[in-house]
Ligand binder design. Structure first.
Ligand code: ADP
Ligand code: ZN
Ligand code: ZN
Length: 721
């Protein structure tokens, strides 16, 4: 009997050997059912072996081989090996964690092929229906043929399934054969700059080549992706498109569906129901879906004919997973392209410094779209409002208020951006120095005025607003500072006739609520918007001509060396919402530091100048991307225990000369959800030396860490709070 090495998601970081009965065939990439302890588990065969180090008599046989999903390919397994090795996680956890939930279960998948639907002739116009799930489904369906999975994925709520059944019962929708074809309905003739870039990327089809498409906001990057994907479809191949946020998937999906009406598009993100996620994954893995759009986890999908990878808004920090396998979806996308011998296109207006550095070093090819694509559209004018000269009333400077008034009079839209949700970040007593804090975190509770609750944005704890100060009994408790809700209140009082829309994670609890709000804004059903970064990214609001930015200053005084990079990116993004058509846009940034070079670079739309100065600072200070970095993080009930663990850890394995270990430090918000947190930073000029050290260290840590400490390694960490 042969031996197979099986990846299992169990807390032991090793592969497990099983005997393969002669009657079974299980090449690498097979999903198998194997006995483990008292029960059975689903695993993946990673290797076939001639023999095991364990005597055959003590090995158990594979119980069954699953053939309800395609064999996982060699390059997919290679990707898993790379991720597990690079990010220091067990291969078993990595492989099983990359499968959609239903493929990890013992129960075999249902056999029936996936259903597709279209609207029946008898269906009423969705507009004539009461707002609700049925109407939302009919709207999502439009005049297209859409798979059950993507139809359900267009709705956030699990009740969509019963609404779908109801529509079938009423005969308003019917099953249809899935569409397939590669028709490309492009709306725009590409500009010369778009065409030039497009053909340089297309010339790399069939081989690995990373590109950075550095295009200002509104420069038509998405149109470049679309026309490249059209070529991928003509070749009968597959394209993978990664976006940073779930909230960006519906609009991108709609744009792709309009462009490729005959093509199966699979959408993948963590907000999907298990069934929808599984069937989208299967459509991709079977090669039935030619386009896969998704958040970072979509990079883990098997794609047998992958010919192009696109990472939109590549600079966005949400590409980095912050638990378990702490991978960067963007970096994984590059590895993925390498394993598939295909080009990978990273698109953004504000590249991450890592990516910019990779271009400078010649590893990535730089392509640029320096102008907006839409005829007559120009980049907005950016100006600062000096808060030391103009005193803000309720957080709004008079010149910002005047600019909004002007827009209202002209029937144009304005957006007030403040990157903090809730009413006020602090509720404090006027008589003593009490301020509402979280019991479980070293952080303040945020006041949410609408439902009179205090919420901790770090652990999710919430309480009612107290009637009086718990320390001195004073009833005069006041909100300090402001968030979106308070700005909304101020704007509503100041502009009572304006149609005001707030967009943040609280206003858009459900995904389709958010897309409906965004659609309304696009159609011009709002005059004044207030919102967080949810409003900043990627949206195209034709009538928006003014952006006001509040509270930008906190990032300027942050100790995190990435704060400047992030602030520039978010401001360039939000500024990019203004003036995307013929009407010129204006951006007003309220600040106490108007002379700060970041604002000057922003006003010049000078990403390159900004990036170069940041890189010079990073080089002088010895920060990434000039060094490779990892963090060992510890959480324990007391800070001493966490710090002590890190101090011991530092002595566990003696590092090679090129690897430097820093002193352990507590996080800024050192207590979160009842745990004290600290970390130890490791740096090296040599990536291989760092990787070798981390592997040895990880092994020792796993063998010796006490139970009282939760710990993990984070390779290429980006969060330091
Ligand atoms: P980006 O992804 O760079 O932000 P988009 O692809 O969303 O830019 O394009 C911005 C706007 O310009 C969109 O409204 C789009 O329809 C328009 N646009 C893009 N390419 C062209 C073109 N070649 N001709 C005219 N308009 C275009
Ligand atoms: Zn008090
Ligand atoms: Zn908390």
């Amino acid at each position: 009997m042969k031996v197979v090495r099986v990846a299992l998601d169990v807390p032991i970081a090793t592969l497990f050997d099983y005997l393969l009965p002669d009657a079974l065939d299980a090449p690498p990439g097979s999903r198998v059912v194997v006995p483990f302890g008292a029960r059975q588990r689903v695993g993946v065969v990673v290797e076939a072996a001639a023999r095991s180090a364990i005597p055959n008599a003590r090995l158990k046989p594979v119980a069954a081989v699953r053939d309800d999903a395609p064999l996982l390919s060699a390059d997919w397994l290679e990707l898993m090996r790379f991720l597990a090795g690079y990010y220091q996680r067990p291969l078993g956890e990595t492989v099983i964690g990359a499968l959609p939930p239903r493929l990890r279960m013992l129960k075999a998948l249902p056999r029936e092929p996936e259903r597709h639907f279209r609207r029946s002739a008898s269906a009423p116009e969705p507009r004539t229906l009461r707002a609700g799930r049925k109407r939302a489904l009919l709207e999502a369906l439009g005049d297209e043929v859409i798979s059950e999975a993507s139809l359900l994925s267009s709705q956030a709520h699990s009740a969509a399934r019963s609404a779908l059944r109801a529509l079938l019962r009423e005969g308003w929708i019917q099953s249809a054969a899935p569409v397939s074809g590669s028709r490309f309905d492009s709306i725009h003739e590409l500009t010369a700059a778009q065409r030039e870039n497009q053909s340089r990327i297309a010339a790399a089809f069939g081989r690995f080549q990373p590109f950075l498409l550095h295009g200002v906001t509104g420069s038509g990057k998405t149109e470049v992706y679309l026309s490249l994907i059209a070529q991928v479809l003509e070749r009968g191949a597959q394209a993978l498109v990664l976006v940073p946020e779930i909230s960006l998937t519906p609009q991108l999906e709609a744009r792709f569906r309009a462009a490729f009406p005959e093509t199966r598009i699979a959408v993948l993100h963590s907000g999907l129901e298990d069934a929808a996620r599984t069937s989208a994954w299967l459509a991709a893995a079977r090669g039935e879906a030619a386009i896969v759009i998704g958040t970072r986890l979509a990079v883990l999908t098997p794609l047998p004919r992958l010919a192009l990878v696109v990472v939109d808004e590549e600079h966005d920090s949400s590409f980095k997973q912050q638990e378990g396998l702490r991978y960067s979806g963007r970096d994984a996308a590059v590895v993925r392209a390498k394993l598939s011998d295909c080009p990978v296109l990273l698109g953004t207006a504000t590249p991450s410094l890592e990516t910019w550095f990779n271009c400078r070093e010649g590893r990535y090819k730089l392509l640029e779209l320096p102008q907006r694509a839409s005829p007559g559209a120009r980049l907005p004018q950016v100006r600062t409002i000096d808060l030391r000269r103009e005193s803000a009333e309720q957080g709004l400077a008079p010149s910002l208020v005047a600019a909004i008034e002007q827009r209202l009079a002209r029937g144009e839209q304005s957006l007030v951006f403040i990157n903090r949700r809730g009413y006020a970040p602090v509720l404090a007593c006027q008589a003593c120095d009490w301020a509402a804090g979280c019991d479980r975190c070293s952080a303040r509770m945020v006041l949410h005025a609408a439902d009179r609750r205090l919420r901790c944005h770090h652990c999710g704890a919430e309480t009612a607003v107290p009637r009086e100060c718990p320390t001195c009994g004073n009833v005069d408790l006041r909100p300090i500072g402001r968030g979106t809700q308070r700005v909304e209140e101020t704007l509503a009082a100041r502009f009572p006739r304006a149609r005001l829309v707030r967009v943040d994670r609280d206003s858009a609890r459900r995904r389709n609520e958010l897309s409906q709000a965004l659609e309304g804004i696009r159609r011009g059903e709002a005059d004044l918007l207030v919102g967080t970064q949810l409003l900043a990214k990627g949206h195209d609001f034709p009538a928006l001509t003014l952006v006001g930015v509040l509270n930008a200053d906190s990032a300027l005084v942050s100790t995190d060396y990435r704060a400047g990079e992030r602030l520039f990116a978010i401001l360039a993004q939000v500024a990019g919402r203004a003036g995307r058509r013929e009407l010129p846009g204006e951006v007003l940034v309220q600040t106490r530091y108007p002379e700060h070079p970041l604002f000057a670079a922003l006003a010049r739309h000078d990403y390159v100048g900004f990036a170069e100065s940041q890189l010079a600072e990073r080089e002088a200070a010895g920060f990434p991307p000039f060094v490779s970095e990892a963090a060992l993080r510890a959480e324990a009930k007391s800070l001493d225990v966490a710090l002590d663990f890190l101090r011991r850890a530092a002595r566990l394995v003696s590092p090679p000369k090129s690897v430097r270990l820093f002193d352990p430090v507590a996080h800024v918000i050192h207590r979160r959800a009842g745990y004290e947190r600290a970390q130890l930073l490791v740096q090296s000029d040599s990536r291989p030396a760092l990787q070798a050290f981390l592997a040895a260290w990880n092994e020792q840590l796993s063998a010796t860490a006490p139970k009282s400490v939760r710990w993990h390694l984070d390779v290429d960490p980006i969060e330091f709070d």
